[in-house]
Structures are given as C-alpha cells and as structure tokens.
Design a binder for this molecule. Sequence first.
Ligand SMILES: Cc1cc2nc3c(=O)[nH]c(=O)nc-3n(C[C@H](O)[C@H](O)[C@H](O)COP(=O)(O)OP(=O)(O)OC[C@H]3O[C@@H](n4cnc5c(N)ncnc54)[C@H](O)[C@@H]3O)c2cc1C
Length: 414
Amino acid sequence: MVIYEPMIHGTCNSSTYRIAMQHNITIVHQDPLFKGYRSDGTETDDDLLLNDLVNFCFVLVGQKHTNFVGGLGEFITSRLLLYVKTKYPYLIKDKGFLPEFLKLMNSYISVHEATNDWNEVNAQSEYEDLKGHQHMSWHRYGYKTLFELMLNTYNNGSGLPNLDIKLNTEVTQIIWPKDGADVRVVCADGSKYTARHVIVTVSLGVLKERYETLFKPGLPQEKVEAIEKTSIGVVGKIIFKFDKAWWQGLETYYDFMWKTEDIEKLPKEDYWMTKIFGAGRPRGSSNTLSFWTSGEVGKLLEVMPEDIVKRKCMELLRKFMGELYDIPEPTGIIRSTWFSNPFTRGSYSYENRLTIQNANDQRLLAEPLRDSLGVPRLLLAGEATDSHHFSTAHGAVDSGHREAMRLINNSELQ
Ligand SMILES: Cc1cc2nc3c(=O)[nH]c(=O)nc-3n(C[C@H](O)[C@H](O)[C@H](O)COP(=O)(O)OP(=O)(O)OC[C@H]3O[C@@H](n4cnc5c(N)ncnc54)[C@H](O)[C@@H]3O)c2cc1C
C-alpha cells in the first residue's frame, strides 16, 4: 500500500509505529495536500473541492464494503456521485469535471492498489485500517530506520551479537524432508545451511515465479493454487532531480487532470502518459519530483529507454504546469524496478475480483508445511500472508512475528 511518502498507516496496534515510539523517533502527521492542473495547462478552479473529493475517495478505500458486488472503482464512483449530488449539486451537470476527476482517481487508487485499473480490485475487502492517523511519516528517516532499529544499528548501535545475517545471498532451493531430518537451504553461491525450521518471506511475485524449483518436495496443490490465485501488483516511481525547486506552494501533489479531448489527441503509443496521475514532492528532499504510476504502465516504464521516459515525463510536466512555470531540464533521473527485479517481481499484493470466492487463499498461503509428525518445518511470512494488513510494512512485520511465535509457542518443539 502506498499513498505519497513511506508512511505508517495507523498507530493503534501498529508494530512499526510502536518500534519507532520505543526509540523516540519523530514520526509526523503528513496529510497530503493536492493541487490540480489540467491538460490544457490551466489550474483547477477550486482546490478545496479537489482535496475534499480526493480525501472522500481515499476514506472509502480503507473501509470494508461487505455488501457491494463489483470493482472498487464502481463502488467509489457510486458513493462519490451521491456525495457530489448532496454537497456539490452543480457539479452533476458539469460534463467536464466529473469524468476528468474519476479518471484521475482511477489512476491514483490504481497506484495505491498497485493495479492497472481500480476495478481490478474487489470492492469487498478483508483489509483493515489500523485505527489512528493514517499518514504518519518517517519524514527524513525513511523505512530504512525500521531495519536499523530492529537490528540495533541505529545511531551507531552495536547490532545484535548473536544474529548472523547473510546479505546478497540468493537462495535457490529449500529442501524440507517430511521424515524429520533437518531442512536444507541451498544458495546460488554454493553455500548450504541446515536448520530445524525455515521461515520464508519472499514476495508473492517471487513465489509465483519460483515455487516449482524453490521447494523440494514441491508444494501441496492447495498451496500452489493459493499462490496462483492471489495477486501482486506493480507500482512505478520515476524521480526527477532539478538544480533547485521551480515549483511553489505547499501542496504534496500536483494532480494531472486529463481533458477527454486531449487524451483523444494523443498518439496511441503515448497513452501510458495518461496513467501518471501527477507529480509528488518527496518531503525529505527540496529539489525532486516523483511521478507515480502502476500496473502494466509501471512495468513498461521500468524497461523503456531512459531518454524516452525522461523526454516524455518532461513533456507531461510542461503540458500541465508549463503555462505557469518555466520548467528547466532535470539534472538526474532514477526509477523503480519492482517488477524487473527478480527478488521482488512486483510491489505488493491486492485483493483481486475473485478474492471473496477464494476467501481462504491468504490463509492457505500462510499455512506452514509440516513433516509427517505434524511439526511445522517450512513456514511462510511476508505481507501477502497477512489477511487483514497485506500490502503494508506493518503487515509484513506482523507476519514474521506470527511465524516466529508459531515456533516459539509450539509445545512439540520444546
Ligand atoms: C513504492 C512502494 C511504496 C510503499 N509504501 C508503503 C508505505 O508507505 N507504508 C507501508 O506500510 N507499506 C508500504 N509499501 C509496502 C511495503 O513496503 C511492503 O508491504 C513490505 O516491504 C513487504 O515486505 P515483505 O517482507 O513481505 O517482502 P519484501 O519487502 O519483498 O522482502 C522480501 C525479501 O526477500 C528477498 N528475496 C527474494 N527472493 C529471494 C531469494 N531467492 N533468496 C534470498 N532472498 C530473496 C528479497 O530480496 C527481499 O529482501 C510500499 C511498497 C512499495 C513498493
């Protein structure tokens, strides 16, 4: 899950928030602020309205909708129209604004869900927002601080003396005998490890790609089906660095609202540009802008030649903001590779349209593999195995804790 900066979503019962608080790390509220620009270069007239409507949609994303059968986009659209009818009745007759706004929200929420389209996501959801503020920012610290805190290396901490972590070591096979012998972990560099139990936390994308070769013996059919039926999406992020900020104002996001006629004028090969919902200002930096996209466009932008990505994103920026600002060329560009990276093969999981039919899949994914005596030997964790907090950092942390506690609490292992 992503909205804007790396955030802690909710504070009550949040493992990540608790860890930060225990170490007196300053975590700040950072509610986003939006400013709209249209594809003809004009600014949207009423940014209070824009902010109200964007926030209205995002509140709906975080709620359970047990009775609505359909896509998340269909659900949000239906509720938004009721809201607009009551609060902004004049907008209902405005043939321009609402379709443009709904297109913007489709792109926004698709990024949030890591999908192509907001209707790929099931409106019915098991996801649960943690209570408390949803936009708690690590600010300048970033999520790397969470690892430093957990490893006791923050602020030149001495680390954890009994912890032996092998970084940059690819696991190629995990052999989990059912007869009670040790589990063996084989790595690409030829190293081998044995253990009584192994907790695997690779992403759902890696599981999908490698489950046939990674585990020996192979996984039971119901685990394979759970891996295949659950979905992982892609978020794409392109960051431009400028000599100095040329934009003004306090907004977190400059939203790009496409006019239908401008979309129609675009050459087919440039249609992907309409799936970049805007440019965001990372709070930890004063001279960078991030462009966000998702799904197939996210994958495309990972492999498209960098000069084309740069040129087209500059075209986009100038189309929307160039009437108001003299926009210089960027001095640097970096982009994410969540899908191309063989160790992620996606960003995070989402509830697809079959999720309610296959409601047990996330639980099946989390189910450990046991030996013939019923002892859990191969355990699975990672965000996609958490039925209520998948797609988040706190869900990932909790899932690891869940599996560690499964071993610690298992009386057969004492
Ligand atoms: C752009 C973006 C923004 C996000 N923003 C937020 C946010 O603001 N708030 C929030 O709560 N969450 C956010 N998330 C989601 C959060 O980052 C993830 O849910 C979380 O990192 C998942 O953790 P994980 O341990 O399950 O999986 P991963 O982070 O994918 O970790 C799996 C690990 O396994 C390793 N691995 C894979 N294959 C092998 C192999 N064969 N051998 C050895 N190691 C292997 C990988 O290298 C990786 O280190 C965001 C995610 C993205 C992509």
